[in-house]
Design a protein around this ligand. Structure first.
Ligand code: G1P
Length: 306
């Protein structure tokens, strides 16, 4: 059965808007910044407290109502597919030993059959190329992109907040936050034309600009809701910053016809692509949990005073 399209009022005009049913998670990267940890293990399987990064991202997408999660992976990363499958032997042993909580911890969140699809990016040609690899599965509907190493501690999750805003605004929508000027060369940056403090509209985008030349310090964080036009543009973009096919460049090519907005989400983002951000995420996510809060806070106090 076809999912019924929802009708939303956009600036007084009724417009048929398709819901966001699919999410792409580009997970093919080499994870060189985390060597040697990532020598024989995907960086997306690094754990924050007791869950791998990839599980947080998949759970965030499903909690936001996404029906189909597409992992764009690469060679040698099959442990990610295993993570979203049953582990019958382990499940059996845990049940036999009466370890109910442990059993639940590996089964309760398993996606529905067919909900997670894994495909491979055969060559590491950049984020835009990874997204484009999923084009045939996306078809003609808006889709989300989540970068698993941008972790966002928020309730409701960042993508759920974005979908709510998307239902009002449509267009292309990304998560944004202000970053220190000297760090703008790590991000896609918005050239802002309107800003109400929460939603910023841009008429230009630059991937990893020099701090001197950056149009602002409002940076794209790894959550996107994009129109299928971006996918079509990805077929045409040339290599950009870093010699890679950039998603930012494809989004920029739609600015003349599709509104582009950034939303300042509620919650805190941790850059788990960096060691410092990864350690911070572990501390923050541990403190957010009742079973760990006290022990971790006490230990931190002791470290800091000692
Ligand atoms: C990617 C995007 C960039 C975005 C960033 C968010 O860069 O290309 O526009 O701001 O993710 O984390 P990467 O971190 O893959 O270099």
């Amino acid at each position: 059965m076809l999912t019924p399209h929802r009708v939303f009022k956009l600036k007084g005009i009724s417009k048929m808007m398709k819901p966001v049913r699919k999410a792409i998670l580009p997970v093919g990267g080499l994870g060189t910044r985390f060597l040697p940890a990532t020598k024989a293990m995907p960086k997306e399987m690094l754990t924050v407290v007791d869950k791998p990064l990839i599980q947080y991202a998949v759970e965030e997408a499903i909690a936001a109502g996404v029906e189909q999660v597409i992992l764009v992976s690469s060679r040698g990363k099959s442990s990610m597919s295993d993570h979203f499958d049953h582990s019958y032997e382990l499940e059996q042993v845990l049940l036999e030993r009466g370890k109910t909580e442990a059993y639940k911890s590996i089964t309760e969140w398993l996606p529905e059959p067919g909900q997670v699809t894994v495909l491979r990016q055969q060559e590491p040609m950049g984020l835009g190329h990874a997204v484009w690899c999923a084009r045939n599965l996306i078809g003609d509907e808006p889709f989300a992109v989540l970068l698993a190493d941008d972790m966002i501690l928020a309730e409701p999750g960042c993508l759920a907040q974005m979908i709510e805003a998307f239902q009002e605004y449509g267009g292309n929508l990304v998560a944004v936050e202000e970053v220190p000027r000297q760090n703008v060369d790590r991000y896609g940056i918005l050239d802002v034309v309107e800003d109400d403090g929460k939603i910023a509209r841009a008429n230009g985008l630059v991937e990893k600009p020099n701090p001197d030349a950056a149009p602002s310090n409002l940076a794209i964080i790894g959550r996107y809701i994009l129109q299928p036009d971006v996918m079509a543009e990805l077929s045409n973009v040339r290599k950009g910053a870093g010699g890679e096919i950039q998603l930012t460049d494809a989004m920029a090519r739609t600015l003349n016809r599709i509104f582009f907005r950034g939303i300042r989400f509620e919650g805190r983002r941790y850059d788990c692509g960096s060691k410092e951000g990864f350690v911070q995420a572990n501390v923050a996510f541990a403190i957010a949990r009742e079973d760990l809060r006290e022990g971790v806070t006490d230990a931190l106090r002791e470290f800091c005073n000692g």
